[in-house]
Design a protein around this ligand. Structure first.
Ligand SMILES: *[C@@H]1O[C@H](CO)[C@@H](O)[C@H](O)[C@H]1NC(C)=O
Ligand SMILES: *[C@@H]1O[C@H](CO)[C@@H](O)[C@H](O)[C@H]1NC(C)=O
Ligand SMILES: *[C@@H]1O[C@H](CO)[C@@H](O)[C@H](O)[C@H]1NC(C)=O
Ligand SMILES: *[C@@H]1O[C@H](CO)[C@@H](O)[C@H](O)[C@H]1NC(C)=O
Ligand SMILES: [Zn+2]
Length: 956
């Protein structure tokens, strides 16, 4: 996997990783890789397997060895028997995937008799494509069973990053270091564990037989264990029941010295179990509650009980000390990064708990959407990931309404996706991919977030009942099969036809709606011009690009129209009033002068702008009667306004005037896009400390109300959303140097250090970060030791984040050195590196020196060749945080010492982007500060005065 997801200094987005990605809220950006796409896409279908031979059943024997095998420690030997059939005549070569160290022998039998292979070259290996080609003397008989035997051997990967079969470590109750080995195959790494047809469409039955040292007693897989055999040399072979018919990427196992069931509910068939290292026993209660309730909800919603999927399938959820993504939906045995399974009200921060609930629902949804039915090929990854992401919120909202996940959907999926999908290079949900790098790249915002947003928009359009019916048809008609977008369309069409749910939209064609949203890139901007005297509203659409210089596209989108007015605030009515399918349309409202807001609760996947007068009416209402506008629409307005300003469709002056209402705002959903928008701007002012300080004080003046409202004292009964708001607001305010925030946080840190006073996890992030940022060496060593001794992955991560905020270059260097050791888990290395950049602006200087001195150590420790290219990410993130003359120093170093490295082009491109961002900042600083000031004090101030005025004084 060599697709690079590079992060640059702004806004939202994911560090994408094979399956459920880990999100970076607003700090870094996904960009396209540089220089790894040399071959035309049309030529790249050579990466795909021919479909003339298919596997029906695999019998796989894997013997796993650990340190006790002294000649090849941590390795495995495999032998498999695959029942295959040729579907075409004249097949003289069998092509499958293999990415193992050595193929020792291959043979083919039919009806028990050997089939002769080509004596000169019985098989060929093509490493670039991971192909194993078996050359026959004679063509295979069509639709006849053959048994293909492959004997092979390979080595376990060290740590999770390279997927396949890998090993990790943990400490047990007695403080001994213990080993485990497990698998992570999604999307194309089963071929590292056993040669196979490693594309989702080749579904088959898998029977695993795993041998291990006898004292590796914690062994689990997709299905129940059928039997165990004692072998020579203190070894045991565990035989697992055959799996359901499924794709190879969903096969998994875990072999460990002492993993155990840490929580379970045996009233279910199969029992629902949380599995983890032995010293987390008792800490899986909340994860169990999530899995139990989600299983109940989803099996009822889909009308297919879990227990009817397959007689031996488990419902296990593994808490893994290392995991390359957030979670992976292996059928019957889901694995998660431990952070999201070990939840404790006294130790876990709310954003992790909140995310964990959606993650469990997401992975469990895959049981049906992804595992029972599976996208035919990764071009349609969204069929797996869009549904899992949609239900990750919709199902959680039903079972755990306290988290208000339906509201949070907007910032997590909709706004994230609108941001990414407005670039010129965005791709449609159904997007042709072939190479492993392209496959990895398609596990990103478009498949997850746009997929989920499209589905939610469709739920509103066709009604929740019809949507559910369509899901059930789709699952039932395609169970145990691979499916494509047409199968899904047919299920929708059938349900819609039966229910007649679209009859009110005359002339609207659902097929065209589906085609456009699934197969065309981007989304529209709606421009609304209102004649308040007549009530006539003229609406036009065009594709929205963030770049002001993008060439307009002629694409039209079928848009669900909904709106609310002051006299008829209809925000919760989500069934569209009209479907707009033309470039222009006219709608009516009651004639009177009043605000009108389109796109109720921002459920439709589009942006909206208005004529100046209508914007002013909205602006007045936001300022004078904000509660008359639903908070999700206040959030929509903030999100749209930042995008409109960036795309030069609205001036900063005008936009900031509307945003004045933020100074009375304390709502999470409204502040979320505001913090993103302000962060994007302030990142472009980092080379102008005075300008940035003025901008910061402007932002802080707007945050006073929110800070006061939330306070520092947590109310035991407050809602999760309130806790999240405090976490976000205080973290941002402390970073910007808000005096009270810094003081309160630092005091609590000192109490923790001196008296071991418990810090509520709801304010822990800022207490830790501010404690270190404002602290000294004693504070640093205190927190470092606390981190190393903690049993809570979540708390450790928060402490790592904090240690990255050390200002002292020596301490920060110590911190960065720690990332090269096993004290920082492999999946947290890039996180930790980013924390150092985010901790304080001046840290970039120290990080640069560290990179220059340790780049080769980083390549080894961070696993340079892991699928999402961690070292590319670090080198490009660093550029985004440097200003001149450090950028010159960095560029000189890159050009003189790194010109042959894999990261060269990426780093140079990031340096150029950083310069462009600074240039943009220089060109716009006066406009932005003038707009900020104007918005803040609501009087015109000459821009010439700006540089000299003490802005702080105006705001506090
Ligand atoms: C695609 O393959 C053809 C035939 O092998 C070759 O001539 C052509 O140069 C290739 N195109 C690219 C862009 O690699
Ligand atoms: C298979 O080969 C035979 C003999 O060469 C030929 O007659 C037949 O048409 C081939 N079948 C296909 C499907 O190509
Ligand atoms: C071929 O193999 C499949 C899968 O094991 C089996 O179900 C089927 O009965 C076999 N067919 C014959 C003719 O043996
Ligand atoms: C398992 O056996 C190995 C080799 O004898 C030993 O090093 C290890 O500590 C044992 N593990 C457990 C959990 O007893
Ligand atoms: Zn997923």
């Amino acid at each position: 996997m060599s697709k690079v997801i590079i992060a640059l200094g702004f806004m939202l987005i994911a560090i994408v990783s094979g399956d459920h990605p880990v999100y970076w809220y607003r700090e870094f950006e996904e960009i396209t890789p540089v220089g790894d796409e040399n071959v035309a896409r049309s030529n790249q279908t050579v990466y795909r397997l021919p479909q003339n031979v298919v596997p029906l059943e695999y019998d796989i024997y894997i013997d796993l060895y650990f340190a006790e095998r002294t000649d090849r420690p941590f390795s495995y030997d495999g032998k498999e028997y695959i029942i295959i059939q040729a579907l075409e005549e004249n097949v003289t070569q069998i092509v499958l995937h293999a990415n193992v160290d050595s193929i020792n022998a291959v043979s083919l039998l039919t009806s028990g008799l050997p089939v002769t292979l080509n004596p000169i070259e019985p098989f060929t290996i093509e490493p670039q494509y991971h192909f194993l080609k078996i050359n026959l003397q004679q063509a295979l008989a069509i639709r006849t069973n053959y048994s293909l035997m492959i004997d092979y051997s390979s080595a376990m990967n060290e740590g999770p990053m390279k997927r396949g079969i890998w090993r990790g470590w943990y400490t047990d109750d007695n403080g001994n270091e213990r080993i485990y080995a497990t698998t992570h195959f999604q999307p194309y790494n089963a071929r590292q564990a056993f040669p196979c047809w490693d594309e989702p469409l080749f579904k088959a039955v898998f029977k695993l037989h795993l041998s291990r040292p006898e004292n590796y007693s914690g062994t689990f897989s997709n299905t129940r264990m059928e039997s165990s055999d004692r072998l020579n040399g203190s070894r045991v072979r565990d035989n697992f029941y055959a799996t359901p018919i499924m794709s190879s990427y969903l096969v998994t196992f875990l072999i460990s010295e002492s993993f155990v069931v840490i929580a379970q509910d045996t009233s279910f068939e199969p029992p629902i179990r949380i599995i983890g290292r032995s010293n987390t026993v008792g800490l899986g209660k909340q994860a169990l509650e999530f899995t139990v309730d989600m299983t109940k909800y989803l099996e009822k919603y889909f009308g297919i009980p879990y227990s009817e999927l397959h007689p031996y399938l488990n419902n296990d959820h593994v808490s893994s000390p290392d995991w390359a993504s957030a979670g992976t939906e292996n059928w019957g045995m889901v694995s998660y990064r431990e952070l999201y399974m070990i939840l404790d009200p006294r130790e876990t921060i709310m954003s992790v708990e909140h995310y964990a609930a959606t993650l469990v629902a997401h992975e469990l949804t895959h049981t049906w959407f992804g595992n029972l039915i599976t996208c035919y090929w990764w071009s349609n990854t969204w069929i797996n990931e869009g549904f899992a992401s949609y239900f990750g919120y919709a199902a959680t909202n039903e079972m755990f309404p306290r988290y208000e996940h339906n509201d949070h959907f907007n910032s997590r999926y909709l706004q994230t996706s609108l941001s990414v999908d407005s670039s010129v290079s965005t791709v449609p949900m159904n997007h042709d991919v072939n190479t492993p790098a392209q496959v990895t790249g398609h596990f990103g915002t478009i498949s997850y977030s746009k997929g989920a947003s499209f589905l939610r928009m469709t739920v509103d359009l066709i009604t929740p009942e019809t949507f559910r019916k369509a899901c059930q048809y789709f699952l039932r008609n395609n169970a145990y099969k691979a499916t494509d977008q047409y199968d899904l369309y047919n299920a929708f069409a059938q349900a819609i036809k039966e229910d007649g749910t679209l009859e009110e939209y005359s002339g609207f064609d659902f097929a065209e709606y589906y085609r456009v949203w699934v197969n065309e890139p981007g989304y529209p901007l709606l421009t609304v011009e209102i004649n308040h005297a007549t009530g006539q509203m003229s609406v036009s659409q065009e594709r929205f690009f963030l770049s002001a210089s993008a060439t307009p596209s002629g694409q039209l989108y079928p848009i669900p129209i909904s709106f609310s007015t002051r006299s008829d605030p209809d925000f919760n009515n989500l069934k569209p009033l009209h479907m707009m399918t033309s470039r222009e349309a006219t709608y009516r409202k009651t004639p009177r002068e009043e605000w009108v807001i389109f796109n109720n609760l921002q459920h439709g996947y589009y942006r909206v702008t208005y004529d100046e007068k209508s914007w002013n009416l909205i602006g007045d209402a936001l300022l004078n009667d904000p509660e008359s506008i639903h908070y999700l629409n206040r959030a929509q307005i903030v999100d749209d306004i930042f995008a409109l300003m960036r795309s030069e469709r609205m001036t900063y002056d005008f936009g900031f005037k509307i945003l004045r209402f933020l100074r009375n705002e304390a709502n999470y959903h409204v502040w979320n896009p505001a913090i993103s928008g302000y962060t994007w701007l302030r990142n472009r002012l980092r080379h102008m400390p005075d300008g940035q300080a003025m901008f910061d004080s402007f932002i802080l003046s707007y945050m006073e109300h929110a800070i006061d409202t939330l306070g520092f004292d947590v109310d035991e009964y407050e809602t999760p959303t309130i806790s999240l708001t405090r976490q976000e607001i205080l973290h941002f305010a402390c970073m910007l140097g808000h005096e009270k925030c810094v003081r309160e946080s630092r005091e609590r840190f000192i109490a923790l250090r001196n008296n071991n006073s418990w810090v509520d996890p709801k304010i822990r992030r800022n207490v830790y970060v501010t404690g270190i940022r404002e602290g000294d060496q004693v504070d640093f060593q205190f927190l470092r030791n606390r981190m190393l001794n903690s049993n809570f992955a979540n708390d450790q991560l928060e402490m790592l984040r904090a240690l990255g905020a050390a200002r002292d270059p020596e301490l920060l260097t110590q911190y960065l050195q720690l990332t090269l050791t096993k004290a920082v888990r492999p999946h947290d290395k890039v996180n930790s590196f980013n924390f150092a950049l985010l901790g304080n602006q001046e840290n970039a200087h120290t990080v640069l020196q560290f990179v220059k001195n340790n780049v080769n150590e980083m390549r080894a420790a961070y696993v340079e060749d892991a699928p999402h290219n961690p070292v590319h990410t670090c080198l490009s993130n660093l550029a985004a945080y440097l200003v001149e003359p450090l950028l010159v120093e960095y560029e000189d170093w890159i050009r003189s010492t790194q010109s042959n490295s894999l990261q060269f082009n990426t780093a140079i491109s990031a340096i150029n982007s950083a310069r462009n961002n600074m240039a943009w900042g220089s060109a716009n600083v006066e406009t932005i500060l003038a707009a900020a000031r104007d918005g803040a004090v609501h009087v015109m101030v000459s821009t010439a005065l700006l540089v000299t005025m003490a802005v702080l004084a105006l705001f506090v």
